[in-house]
Design a protein around this ligand. Structure first.
Ligand SMILES: Nc1nc2c(ncn2[C@@H]2O[C@H](COP(=O)(O)OP(=O)(O)OP(=O)(O)O)[C@@H](O)[C@H]2O)c(=O)[nH]1
Ligand SMILES: [Mg+2]
Length: 193
């Protein structure tokens, strides 16, 4: 749920990147960070940072988003761990969520993992009485550079039930990352104004 920092007047939104292990959630945030700063030195620094145990905890990236309803908007991007080692962490991350990016690994051998992950996420939301369908979301089909990635049209057929927004991505090259982020941000803002 968006909240306003009364001290600064900023409005904050929470975006959660969900998806199975190695689908590319962390890489999305890393890529947005690099693109936001366009600074090769910072790119190298993030590489150092994410070489630390990147799969055990969550990632967080605050992004300035310009003005919304005469206030400075800030998007807080988080990744949801694909494991349940610390359930309370996953609960905290889910509480107050404004938008969800479903990062789907397009590689055939990993597709099942996403379905399992989504089931877990839906269970978590249910336990917190959050209606999955009430939260704006987008699909990002990542790892599309892989030899066994399913074609975009097939992936859309599998996952797009209505007219949900779908993006093709190669997050490790920054491809499709910003369009995904901009779309979820737009949908969140549309919902509140
Ligand atoms: N070739 C290729 N590699 C990618 C792509 N996206 C991410 N990777 C790589 O895949 C690996 C896993 O990516 P992460 O971003 O750590 O995945 P994650 O979803 O955060 O994984 P967990 O935190 O374990 O849930 C990393 O080595 C990335 O560099 C892609 O589109 N193509
Ligand atoms: Mg990660």
């Amino acid at each position: 749920m968006a909240f306003i920092n009364e001290a600064t007047g900023d409005i904050h939104f929470k975006i959660l990147y969900i998806g199975s292990q190695n689908s590319g959630k962390t890489t999305n945030l890393q890529s947005i960070f690099c693109e936001s700063f366009e600074n090769e030195k910072k790119r190298n620094n993030t590489e150092v940072l994410i070489d630390l145990p990147r799969n055990t905890f969550f990632d967080f990236l605050p992004v300035s988003y310009g003005a919304v309803a005469d206030r400075n908007a800030r998007m807080h991007l988080y990744t949801l761990p694909s494991h349940q080692i610390w359930p309370s962490v996953n609960i905290s991350l889910m509480l107050g969520v404004d938008g969800i990016v479903n990062v789907i690994d397009s590689r055939v051998r990993y597709l099942d993992k996403y379905d399992l992950q989504l089931l877990q996420v839906k269970k978590l939301m249910e336990s917190l009485q959050i209606d999955y369908n009430s939260i704006p979301f987008v699909y990002q089909f990542n790892h599309t550079d892989s030899y066994d990635a399913l074609p975009f049209s097939t992936l859309k057929k599998n996952y797009q039930f209505k007219d949900e927004d779908c993006f093709e991505a190669i997050a490790s090259q920054g491809v499709g990352v910003m369009p995904t982020f901009l779309k979820i941000a737009e949908k969140i803002i549309q919902k509140i104004i």
